[in-house]
Ligand binder design. Structure first.
Ligand code: ATP
Length: 477
């Protein structure tokens, strides 16, 4: 593409050179997502249901692309990871073995005045005490720390109940009779579906250690304080991988997976300065973990976890061996029999989609450009006939129909070219192609880059390769 072919932007699409800024508050994103069909409030016509969200026509494309990217990296491009899709409802003993029945609790306090509910361990006096003690305070210690504390919602003091433990698993019943004998849980993590299938996968694939099992699926947690859009919800999807290793090699595997996972986030176009590791201190470690680090993203609400990497030791396989009576031990080439250790990488699919949306956002009071990495752009290209007239729209449509065989494409005829550019900037379409009267004669079109606004005139026959090359050599803005 020679510079001589470059065209100046037409007057119609002239934009001021006001700088675009990053996303400053979540509400701006919530509004954009609703307006453009990325994400809607669940059951909105009934007033909405707290903490549940529906992905609209554009949002589902982003979410599917995120899953595809993760699945490809973790299974198809990995030498030693197999896939799995386990059911959500599992034998109730699974959750006794995993420790969730006993330990999956958060401390809860209610405000007797305004009825707001709070996580006691997230309240300032308890956090201060935790910092002083160096570990999470016990329930009586929390109660003492919260004496006379004010409710963060209504500001009244002395209205909080004593903290009590609240189990976050959703319960339901299997079959028509609702009694305790047939209680089942909606899984609070996908990991246990992997552990109980360890032997099935290892035997059928004849894998030797080390190897991993990857899974994408829904998880449910009855969170006390969901919120911040899709950041914390009660129903969400996880993308988890459990990597089974010989004990003694676990620390090295942990370090390797930490690096691999960090690289994946970067390969998705997330800006490096928006990512960091957060190692868990002694008092932060989950009941099963020997070592844990989070990958955090800097959301508009601050640095928060998007992915957890845990050394779960042999805790889960040991417990399932004990509770099921079936050995999950592994025998190596030297005939040593042992329970493997597990390194887990667990990323929230919805939370990562939120990070992708936050990271892509650039805006000012005139326009918004969603600068997605092309993998995550809902449309890869849009085709605009300059005018609606059939003599132009007809051949332009034919060109679009060819292009959409290779890329998810949009055909947009409404409004001025400038308006169409704005619309596709707002939904992050990397390329817009304008078909004008000259195109009928010279078989060339004008292709415009979303992030630089540069335009080039190129032969229609070369558009497919042009876009493919641009995506392959993509430099994230
Ligand atoms: P948090 O401390 O935020 O509650 P966690 O440490 O309990 O998270 P894990 O059990 O390690 O989270 O789950 C792995 C990943 O699943 C998290 O990194 C996050 O991306 C996602 N996740 C966990 N809980 C939720 C939720 N309620 N809503 C959306 N995503 C979640």
């Amino acid at each position: 593409m020679s510079d001589a072919n470059n065209q100046k932007p037409s007057a119609e699409e002239a934009v001021s050179d006001k700088p675009l800024h990053d996303l400053k508050d979540m509400q701006t994103l919530v509004s954009l997502c609703k307006r453009r069909g990325f994400i809607f409030q669940s059951s909105e016509i009934y007033g909405g249901v707290n903490s549940c969200w529906d992905y609209g026509p554009l949002g589902i494309e982003v979410k599917l692309a995120v899953k595809e990217s993760w699945w490809k990296a973790m299974t198809r491009l990995a030498d030693d990871v197999e896939g799995l899709d386990a059911s959500i409802l599992m034998h109730p003993r699974v959750w006794e073995a995993s420790g969730h029945v006993e330990n999956f609790n958060d401390p809860l306090v209610d405000c007797k005045s305004c009825k707001a509910r709070h996580r006691a361990d997230h309240m300032k006096p308890v956090r201060e005490l935790e910092a002083k003690l160096g570990h999470l305070p016990s329930l009586p210690e929390m109660e003492k720390a919260l004496e006379g504390a004010t409710c963060p919602a209504c500001g009244k003091s002395g209205t909080l109940t004593t903290p009590r433990l609240f189990n976050m698993m959703f319960k339901t019943h299997m079959g028509p009779v609702a009694d305790d004998a047939n209680t089942v849980y909606l899984r609070p993590e996908t990991a246990q579906g992997i552990f109980v299938n360890f032997r099935n996968v290892q035997e059928t694939t004849r894998r030797k250690l080390p190897f991993g099992i990857a899974q994408i699926g829904k998880a449910f947690r009855n969170e006390i304080t969901p919120g911040n859009f899709t950041f914390r919800t009660r129903e969400f999807e996880q993308m988890e991988m459990q990597y089974f290793v010989t004990p003694g090699t676990d620390t090295e595997a942990f370090a390797r997976w930490k690096e691999v996972r960090h690289q994946w986030h970067l390969s998705c176009g997330i800006r490096p300065n928006k990512l960091r590791f957060h190692p868990h201190g002694e008092n932060e470690l989950a009941h099963y973990a020997k070592q844990a680090e989070d990958i955090q993203y800097e959301f508009p609400i601050g640095w928060q976890e998007v992915e957890g990497i845990h050394n779960r030791t042999d805790f889960d396989l040991k417990r399932h061996t004990e509770f099921s009576g079936k050995s999950l031990a592994y025998t190596d080439e030297k005939n040593n029999k042992f329970i493997p250790y597990v390194i887990e990488t667990s990323v929230g699919c919805d939370r990562f989609v939120l990070a992708v949306l936050c990271d892509a956002y650039r805006g000012n009071d005139e326009r918004v450009v969603m600068q997605f990495h092309p993998d995550f752009a809902p449309y890869k290209v849009a085709v605009f006939p300059l005018m609606k007239k059939e003599e132009l729209a007809g051949p332009a449509r034919k060109f679009y129909e060819e292009l959409r065989k290779d890329f998810r494409a949009d055909f947009d005829v409404t409004g001025s070219i400038g308006k169409r550019y704005r619309r596709h900037e707002e939904i992050g379409t990397p390329f817009c192609v304008t078909f004008d009267f000259d195109s009928l004669n010279d078989q060339c079109v004008t292709i415009r880059h979303r992030d630089t606004m540069a335009q080039e005139r190129i032969p229609m026959a070369k558009v497919r390769d042009y876009i493919t090359d641009a995506f392959r050599n993509w430099k994230q803005a």
